[in-house]
Unconditional design. Structure first.
Length: 305
């Protein structure tokens, strides 16, 4: 019976080909030759008696059944990794490898202050970081490429566990002397929708900012053109408009060497929730709660905004 069961290596090759869409790049990602990867996938097809991949000179196209098997393969590989994680979790917690995705509006501002503290508290933890948008991070989590995600809520995460770390207040940032005498806080109705600069689609901060303002016309009128918070800051500093920034970015020094002023946004939901998210039923559930406690304590004691 076991002779007819696909190997984890074959499934890994198949998943890599699906992700890369190219035999050469898939082979590189698996650290094998292209002929080895191609042979492994052909062995898998021979084993189960169906064609999974249509091969042409220019295009790698998965069959409908191939796509379904890839989805199953993701789950099998994830379960196999969790077997190892289960054994690790039964030993000394927060040691060994941990893969974490962090969204771009958190990573450059929070991690430089948190990581030194984390290394001191858990020197045996090897933390591998990936910076990616919320959507990509949740895909990575679902497919087992990462173990947890440091992100901002609310966001449609699906069936996951999460731990609240802290709230990150939103600020309105505008050029120097514009307005000349800014009030201590900025109400949403004071924002000129024709001058508002926001991040491009794919960044959840844009949705958090628009939800906090609760002005439907902002979504239609706002100029969404920034690829990063640093890009938005440069545009604002050049007098091109105003934007909305999270407090951790301001505390992290994003406004240094600029002429930008910032005031807190005065609204009912003028903050985003910073949270650690992981797969429901993960065998490392206790570890992630422990990690959340560490991150939460560090943020409260000056490690974060």
């Amino acid at each position: 019976m076991s002779a007819h069961i696909p190997t984890l290596k074959q499934l890994h090759y198949l998943v890599s080909l699906k992700e890369q869409g190219h035999f050469g790049r898939a082979a590189d990602s698996c650290y094998v030759t292209q002929s080895t990867l191609s042979a492994g996938i052909r062995e898998l097809e021979s084993l189960i008696g169906v064609t999974l991949v249509e091969r042409t000179r220019r295009v790698v196209r998965f069959t409908a059944l191939g796509d379904r098997i890839v989805e199953k393969a993701y789950r099998v590989l994830r379960e196999a990794e969790e077997l190892a994680a289960l054994a690790q979790a039964s030993g000394k917690p927060l040691t060994g490898d941990l893969r974490m995705s962090v969204i771009p509006t958190i990573a450059p501002f929070l991690l430089p202050r948190l990581l030194p503290h984390l290394r001191r508290e858990k020197p045996e933890l090897k933390l591998y970081l990936r910076e990616e948008t919320s959507q990509s991070a949740m895909e990575s989590l679902r497919h087992g490429h990462v173990d947890c995600v440091l992100m901002a809520l609310p966001y449609a995460t699906g069936e996951v566990e999460h731990a609240h770390l802290f709230d990150d207040r939103l600020y309105v940032a505008f050029p120097k002397d514009d307005p000349r005498d800014p009030p201590p806080s900025i109400r949403p109705d004071m924002i000129d929708e024709t001058r508002l600069l926001l991040l491009e689609d794919g960044h959840c901060l844009k949705d958090h900012a628009l939800a906090a303002c609760n002005r439907p016309e902002l979504r239609a009128e706002a100029t969404m053109m920034g690829t990063s918070l640093h890009t938005l800051v440069q545009m604002v500093d050049n007098g091109l408009g105003l934007t909305i920034l999270p407090e951790m970015a301001i505390s992290g020094g994003i406004l240094e060497h600029t002429q930008i002023s910032a005031r807190p946004l005065s609204a009912a939901n003028a903050a985003r929730e910073i949270a650690l998210v992981w797969r429901k039923g993960s065998p490392r559930d206790k570890e992630f709660n422990m990690l959340s406690d560490i991150l939460r304590n560090l943020s409260q004691n000056g490690g974060a905004a």
